[in-house]
Unconditional design. Structure first.
Length: 370
């Protein structure tokens, strides 16, 4: 048994059952959890996220930040909170691209994993949080790292690349008798799924997937909705922007099938069942966008095209053709950028990710989030 499995079994023996989101939370973030290991750097080694494909994603995020900064009338300070910052790769490439907003930029890496915070701090020149969040103008860009979202209120942007999929969902299943919550219990010393009736989860499931067929499962993005409310409340002006894989509707995920939307990853490939080897594999959930009520939603490929990725790729293709015979650093950089642009806009991969935005400020009364 892994240390996380032992801990889950101990808790199950005390409580009877645990909810799936509690178990996934322990599997990812407790001592012995997937993101606690100091050897792990985000998903590097398992699969690449957009910032890890290369510096191009950071160049384009820098352009997007400049656009939002201009829309906000060029505030100084301009606070960018990067939630789920991992090892700080995106921060490094945005800062290296020197966007126009740089002198006003206060970049706050927020990372739940202490091991990854330490790696980010060794990769970026970090300043004390009070210095970065103190409110004085000029002197940017400056960077700090925290374990949770700062309270604010700030003017700026809260960014999350592949964060929401790592916020554990509640799992519900449509049974012949109605909806049931998938919880975790014990059978002769083994951790097993247990279906438990839950009026609260039934109401939520009926709202988001009323037509689901018997046997189908859907996620309820409770933790993601709580995180989003906190992120929006930290902004007095600006936007929350999340890039992630998912679907426009919960019903689509129900049709995709349980192992189509709750996936595990371990060392270069798909992992085992979600209850197997707790703590040794990443567990990720496709984002049900309808439950989070974004004000805009578009595929990453379209967003990056709007930010000018095609022109950058065409320019690099020209440089590569001119300099391929010379084979110098400029030629190699150009070739690598062309490959990055292809990967970031691949309709069967990163290009199909969803870019979701919400305005800053408290979540309006009556908003029907999860
Ligand atoms: C899949 S990784 C993405 C890392 C990075 N954004 C990237 O795109 O390469 C998700 C990260 O979110 C972190 N995380 C999960 N929940 C968090 C939370 N509530 N606040 C901050 N970080 C969180 C995890 O520890 C992990 O490093």
């Amino acid at each position: 048994m892994t240390p996380v499995e032992e801990e889950v079994l101990r808790l199950v023996r005390g409580w009877g059952t645990l909810s799936a989101d509690e178990v996934i939370d322990l599997a990812l973030y407790s001592e012995g959890g997937f993101y606690a290991g100091s050897g792990r750097a985000g998903r590097r080694g398992d699969f690449l996220t957009s910032p890890e494909v290369g510096p191009l994603f950071g160049v384009l995020v820098g352009r997007a930040l400049d656009g939002w900064w201009r829309d906000l009338d060029r505030p100084d300070p301009f606070v960018v909170v990067e939630a789920g910052a991992g090892t700080g790769t995106l921060a490094r490439s945005v800062l290296a691209a020197e966007p126009e907003c740089s002198p006003a930029l206060r970049w706050v890496c927020v990372e739940r994993s202490a091991a990854l915070r330490t790696q980010a701090a060794s990769a970026l020149p970090m300043e004390p949080p009070a210095h970065v969040l103190g409110g004085a103008a000029g002197g940017g860009p400056v960077v700090t790292v925290l374990d949770d979202l700062p309270a604010g209120p700030f003017t700026g942007v809260v960014l999350g690349n592949e964060l929401l999929d790592n916020l554990p969902p509640v799992i519900v299943e449509r049974t012949a008798g109605g909806w049931a919550e998938v919880r975790v219990g014990e059978d002769h010393g083994r951790l097993v799924e247990v279906l438990a009736p839950s009026p609260e989860m039934t109401r939520a499931a009926e709202r988001w997937a009323p037509g689901a067929s018997v046997g189908s499962r859907v996620p309820l993005a409770r933790q993601a909705a709580r995180w989003l409310a906190q992120a929006r409340a930290s902004l007095e002006a600006g936007w929350v922007v999340c890039v992630d894989y998912g679907a426009a509707t919960t019903a689509e995920l129900g049709e995709r099938g349980f192992d189509g939307w709750l996936r595990t990853y371990r060392a270069h490939g798909r992992g085992g069942g979600w209850l197997e080897g707790l703590g040794t594999q990443d567990i990720t959930c496709d984002v049900p966008a309808d439950q989070l009520q974004p004000s805009t939603i578009e595929p990453q490929a379209a967003w990056l095209r709007w930010l000018g990725i095609d022109a950058l790729a065409a320019e690099s293709r020209g440089t590569w053709h001119e300099r391929a015979a010379i084979g110098d650093l400029a030629a190699l950089r150009a070739r690598s950028l062309v490959a990055e642009a292809q990967a970031l806009t691949d309709e069967a991969g990163l290009g199909a990710f969803l870019v979701l935005t919400w305005p800053g400020g408290p979540t309006p009364e009556g908003t029907r989030t999860a």
